[in-house]
Design a protein around this ligand. Structure first.
Ligand code: ATR
Length: 279
């Protein structure tokens, strides 16, 4: 039950009607009898600054931001953690004594999702599609291990920037996203991480990539989960973006509550709500 001393978390984005984060958090809070609530708010670009000020004034105990605010919010915060600073994008904000601190959990959330499928991202060949904030976060994190990473993007200059920002021991190269580069990349990779809003199955059919290449490809990890489509069996298997969502929620929980998150409970909250398990 929401009471006068309930701690409130929020989500700012537009559109947010499809968001599954409230399900994960509120079910988990209820099951653990935590006096907390998670409320999504539809916030337009024009209103983001006021919404952030409102979070301060109303004393939200931390909040999430999603599209289209992940970059715009940077200048409205008091401090950024290293991953947010590197990727120039924020998805989790903590309310601290010293003000609002921005975090980016995309990289760590992706790594935890991969591990939960038994995929250890070390000494691997990884193809990354897209070069926005999410790609920056995952490339930065994966280049910290001994991986060979190839970035393909529609805009070459952005792919170059992401590659240049990767400072780890991994080898990082980049190129233009096109039929031939995607074919070659899929043939070579153990894992394809697609951070663009276009699903890999759609890209593959639009670009007419031959079936044998698709079948033999490595694991496929599409970040986009907002369009409810059945995953098309592709390559060795698909890493569900829902698993990533659960781990990102767990990372927010850890940042806000400063304790280990109940990941299995968070996952089962979503599985029960959707009526299907993705693993
Ligand atoms: P996020 O924070 O989720 O990474 P973003 O910063 O907007 O979001 O980045 C989206 C990425 O998807 C970009 O790399 C974008 O390509 P450009 O750099 O050329 O803009 C890519 N993207 C978006 N729409 C695309 C499309 N229709 N085809 C291919 N790539 C696309």
């Amino acid at each position: 039950m929401i009471k006068s001393d309930t701690k409130v978390h929020s989500l700012y984005g537009s559109p947010i009607a499809h968001s599954l984060s409230p399900v994960i958090f509120n079910t988990t809070f209820q099951k653990l009898s935590l006096n907390r609530a998670y409320v999504p708010f539809e916030v337009s670009k024009d209103n983001l600054k006021q919404a952030v000020e409102a979070a301060r004034i109303l004393g939200f105990d931390g909040f999430n931001v999603t599209m289209p605010h992940k970059t715009a919010i940077l200048e409205m915060l008091d401090r950024l953690d290293e991953n947010a600073e590197k990727s120039r994008a924020v998805n989790t904000v903590a309310m601290t004594k010293n003000g609002l601190v921005g975090y980016n959990t995309d990289g760590e959330g992706a790594i935890r999702a991969l591990r939960s499928y038994g995929f250890e991202p070390n000494n691997r060949r990884i193809l990354v599609l897209g070069a926005g904030g999410a790609a920056q976060a995952i490339v930065h994190r994966l280049s910290g291990e001994n991986n060979t990473i190839r970035i393909l993007n529609r805009t070459l200059g952005k792919a170059r920037r992401v590659a240049d920002n990767a400072t780890g021991p991994g080898r990082v190269s980049y190129g233009q996203l096109a039929k031939s580069s995607l074919e070659k990349g899929m043939e070579d990779a153990d894992l394809l991480v697609n951070t663009t809003p276009i699903r890999t199955s759609t890209l593959v059919s639009q670009l007419k990539i031959p079936v044998n290449i698709v079948r033999d490809a490595g694991w496929v990890f599409d970040f986009a989960y907002d369009k409810p489509a059945e995953p098309v069996p592709i390559g060795r298997g698909t890493i569900s973006p829902l698993e990533m969502l659960v781990h990102q929620a767990a990372l927010s929980y850890e940042i806000w509550l400063n304790e280990t998150a109940p990941v299995d409970l968070m996952r089962s909250s979503l599985v029960d709500y959707l009526g299907k398990d993705w693993r």
